[in-house]
Design a protein around this ligand. Sequence first.
Ligand SMILES: C[S@@+](CC[C@H](N)C(=O)[O-])C[C@H]1O[C@@H](n2cnc3c(N)ncnc32)[C@H](O)[C@@H]1O
Length: 253
Amino acid sequence: MGTNYARVFQDIGAVDKYEHRTYAPGSYASSINERQRVYLRELVRSAFPDRPPVQHDFACGTGRAIRNLDGLVREAHGYDTSADMLAKAVELHTPARLHAVAADGPVPRPATAEGPALVTMFRLLLNVDDTVRDRALAFAARVLPDADAGLLVIENHGNARSLRHLRAHRHRGHRWFAELSHDDVAGLLRRHAFEIVARRGFSMLTQGWYERRGLDRLARGVDSAARLVPGADRYAVNVVYVARRVLADTQGL
Ligand SMILES: C[S@@+](CC[C@H](N)C(=O)[O-])C[C@H]1O[C@@H](n2cnc3c(N)ncnc32)[C@H](O)[C@@H]1O
């Protein structure tokens, strides 16, 4: 799925669908995004009290994660393989410098080494293969050489231990139905010397609940309340992980 996945977004129709259907006001993805926005803004305020971070949003697409942190970061850089997604990010007034990167090959260079840094990576890891995942994490490791350099925030929008798993059987063999477990994510992070410092769920229910007439309000209520239940993140469909490098800063030694 690796570079195939990059090709999916090199199409203006797919970009418009992403913006106007997936992220239509009131949609499942938009509801999750509203809850994530609140969480991310609080996270950045509390994790970087002295100096706002420089944000590096890998696979930034239309710039959602950058706009969510508008005003809280010192500067933002978005990296993506799709010129059409980047053009949409510009159209949406994403406050960032945007960089086109290749889908494979050498690990892209961060635009600046200024710290502290916040690397964000939303809706990428689930649908790509291990090579793309490792390359994305290698990019994050470049931006964050040690534990004091800042934080990495990644989204898994298809947790394998969630209700969504029940659909997996129906969609077996379907090219785009992927799942990623907490163990998969932890293993990937560990391979690049990251440790998880926080994990938060943003939806217990699947998209279908939000699209069934009469159930959508109930679904929103359940998902809003579930966020507050300790341990709910284990079974959440949509999960965000916050991680830092385990390596110590040796520069001053
Ligand atoms: C589902 S979109 C997510 C966009 C944005 N992060 C968000 O959450 O709204 C996936 C994005 O990953 C980008 N992408 C796909 N393969 C990539 C790769 N190998 N390296 C960097 N970006 C990639 C696509 O162009 C697309 O913009």
